[in-house]
Design a protein around this ligand. Structure first.
Ligand code: KG4
Ligand code: ZN
Length: 336
């Protein structure tokens, strides 16, 4: 089955063609318009996507040396995400589906991050624990089967990626802050400031807003020149606090559920310190820890096409009356 995947849930416009979980093309256009605002401006995001979607989908088809005629189905994100951005992708996919007389399937973006693992290893199958860490989500999910999920823990306030972005902003770094902090922390001492590890050892829920406030108060107490001098150390210390909590709770949850594999997904799974610490801790506990390749960690069309393949192969597709679901959770049945 050759599937076209379209992803426009946030600020990216992405499209990809895959065949039996093999990536034939994967095109992503990221927006720079938001950088000067320090975060995403939803209205700008959807306006840019309206302009980008046709050339990006064309580039994905050309890159895969295929035409719409040879596509067996279309997969598109319908949530969670920004309503205007989701509507742009969904309506485009509906139009394409109607014009080409191919079925389309509305896909849960979070399930997309999970299915990124199927692209890097088609033999990778449940059961396992999934640590989902993105700009909007931080969850531990027991994946019993593809399509069968149980949320074991979740953040009570900010998501991990959101904490990275907000702290990066305090440190004068550009949006998105995760990659900036990751790069800066490589030169810093993670023990320089002992920031709090919220809910450490206490169940599987997370909380990152206290950590963010603690960085803010720390910065307020320092002279500007001291912050400048120790920017890398502060970034490394903050990152270490996040990574320690993510690592500890993932290992505890896997042990609790008797699972010997942890898969990690979402933008924050690109973080180099997390990759090192969680893999090492997993090794010492006999738990295999799997990260997607960097090209599949942040939002992309291939992961959406992968979910689409799974459902379309089973004869499941969506009606043209479909809506978008900005607050969709993983495992939630998409209303039709
Ligand atoms: O999954 P994603 O691309 O979009 C959402 O679905 O939210 O995740 C974006 C998030 C942003 O918060 C970004 O700062 C974070 O992933 N991120 C990182 C890294 N690369 C991206 N966080 C920490 N370290 C990184 N290397
Ligand atoms: Zn995402």
């Amino acid at each position: 089955m050759r599937i076209l995947g379209i992803e426009t849930s946030c600020d990216e416009t992405a499209a990809s063609v895959i065949e039996e979980y093999k990536i034939l093309s994967n095109i992503i256009s990221s927006q720079i318009v938001h950088k000067k605002y320090g975060g995403i401006v939803p209205e700008f995001a959807s306006r840019e996507q309206i302009g980008a979607i046709v050339p990006i989908v064309e580039a994905a088809l050309v890159g895969a040396e295929t035409s719409l005629n040879d596509i067996d189905g279309i997969a598109v994100t319908c949530g969670p995400g920004l309503a205007g951005s989701l509507l742009t992708g969904l309506n485009f996919a509906k139009g394409l589906s109607l014009a080409s007389e191919k079925n389309y399937i509305a896909v849960n973006h979070l399930e997309g991050h999970l299915f990124a693992h199927k692209l890097s290893n088609p033999e990778f199958n449940p059961p396992f624990l999934f640590l989902l860490i993105s700009g909007g989500h931080t969850q531990l999910i027991h994946v019993m089967n593809w399509g069968e999920y149980k949320i074991i823990g979740a953040t009570l306030d900010d998501a991990a990626g959101e904490a990275f972005d907000k702290v990066a902003k305090m440190l004068g770094m550009e949006y998105p802050g995760g990659p900036e902090i990751d790069a800066s922390a490589k030169e810093g001492d993670p023990e320089f400031v002992k920031f709090p590890r919220a809910l450490f050892g206490k169940g599987y829920d997370f909380s990152f807003s206290g950590l963010k406030t603690s960085v803010l108060y720390y910065l307020k107490k320092q002279e500007g020149s001291a912050v400048k001098k120790h920017l890398e150390d502060i970034a490394a210390s903050f990152q270490k606090a996040v990574v320690d909590v993510l690592t500890d709770k993932s290992i505890d949850a896997a042990n609790h559920l008797n699972l010997n594999r942890i898969a990690v997904g979402g933008g924050v799974s690109a973080n180099s310190a997390l990759r090192a610490e969680l893999s090492a801790k997993g090794d010492s506990e006999g738990i295999e820890v799997v990260f997607p390749p960097l090209s599949l960690t942040t939002d992309n069309g291939a992961m959406i096409a992968a979910v689409g393949t799974f459902y379309l192969e089973r004869g499941i597709f969506s009606p043209l009356g479909m809506n978008v679901y900005p607050n969709l959770e993983i495992g939630e049945v998409i209303p039709q």
